[in-house]
Design a protein around this ligand. Structure first.
Ligand code: Q9C
Ligand code: ZN
Length: 284
């Protein structure tokens, strides 16, 4: 089995100077092409898919481009790009693939910025949430981006079918995720804590959830925990392989959605290792 990558060149056609720019995905795509992955082209999520997650007035603002904040530019046609990225998550969920699309999503809550945070951290539509809501299945969301997914927590807090688990740097942007609450299990970790500490926390987290009750595992796959990246926890390619193995051992239908990770080709190498570790252990 080789996991298919969901990708559309269209996601490279906006932004430029911003750290969340086309290069981070373009270089990852080029690397993964060299590794002979198969690619699938997504179609945009429908408005009704987006409305399962976000308030109608926020969707209206997205359409109008009235969503600029100090971290998150209001690019022309951003709603269309955001719907295509969410469509990537929907297709990844359908084929148990990896959505290599931008913009990312996990900081976007019901009405935009989530849990009282003042910005949306480069996010517009919460892609993984759109996919999980569309499936309507009991889901474990595992968020390994280096930032806490405050949007995902806001959306799923109290949802009986979902458990949200996040490992992230703390204190750090967005400032949430310092403690667990209900069905949202948070594992705050100090800057550059390193692979050993990280994997201990991951093992503890996965040990706390009753994996048997879930029909699907959705991974918010961010790579900014890599040593030197924006939310560095001092991880390396090998760390992602170990993370992938642990996800594979859950033995559940699984899909992956790109969140952060700002080091271009390194994202590609980390994705490759994550998927290799996953495939080594997964027997679905
Ligand atoms: N203005 C993701 O990785 N940094 N987003 C803000 C103070 C925002 C990261 C710094 C980082 C957002 C998807
Ligand atoms: Zn991040």
């Amino acid at each position: 089995m080789k996991t298919k990558i969901v990708f559309s060149e269209k996601c490279l056609n906006y932004g430029g100077w911003h750290i969340e720019g086309p290069q981070r995905v373009k270089m990852a795509h080029e690397f993964l092409e060299e590794q002979k992955y198969e690619f699938l082209e997504p179609t945009p999520a429908a408005e009704e898919d987006v409305l399962r997650v976000h308030d109608a007035d926020y969707v209206w603002k997205l359409k109008k481009g009235l969503v600029e904040d100090p971290d998150t530019p209001a690019y022309e046609n951003i709603y269309e790009y955001a719907r295509l990225s969410a469509g990537g998550a929907l297709l990844a969920a359908e084929v148990n693939g990896f959505s290599l699309m931008r913009p990312p999503g996990h900081h976007a809550g019901h009405g935009g910025a989530a849990l009282g945070v003042s910005t949306r951290g480069f996010c517009y539509v919460n892609n993984v949430a759109v996919a999980v809501k569309a499936l309507g299945k009991a889901a474990l969301i595992l968020d390994v981006d280096g930032h806490h997914g405050n949007g995902s927590q806001e959306i799923f807090l109290g949802d009986e079918r979902v458990v949200y688990v996040s490992l992230h740097r703390f204190p750090h942007y967005p400032g949430t995720g310092g403690f667990s609450e209900g069905n949202c299990l948070n594992f705050p970790l100090p800057a550059d804590c390193g692979e050993r500490r990280y994997l201990e926390a991951l093992d503890e987290a996965l040990g706390m959830v009753n994996v048997g009750r879930f029909e699907v595992v959705a991974v918010s796959a961010g790579f900014d925990t890599h040593l030197g990246d924006l939310a560095s926890l001092g991880l390396t390619e090998n760390s992602y392989r170990e993370v992938g193995r642990r996800i594979g051992l859950l033995r559940k239908p699984t899909f992956f959605v790109l969140e952060g990770g700002y080091m271009g080709e390194q994202n590609g190498r980390d994705i490759d290792q994550l998927l290799k570790g996953y495939e080594e252990k997964a027997v679905v």
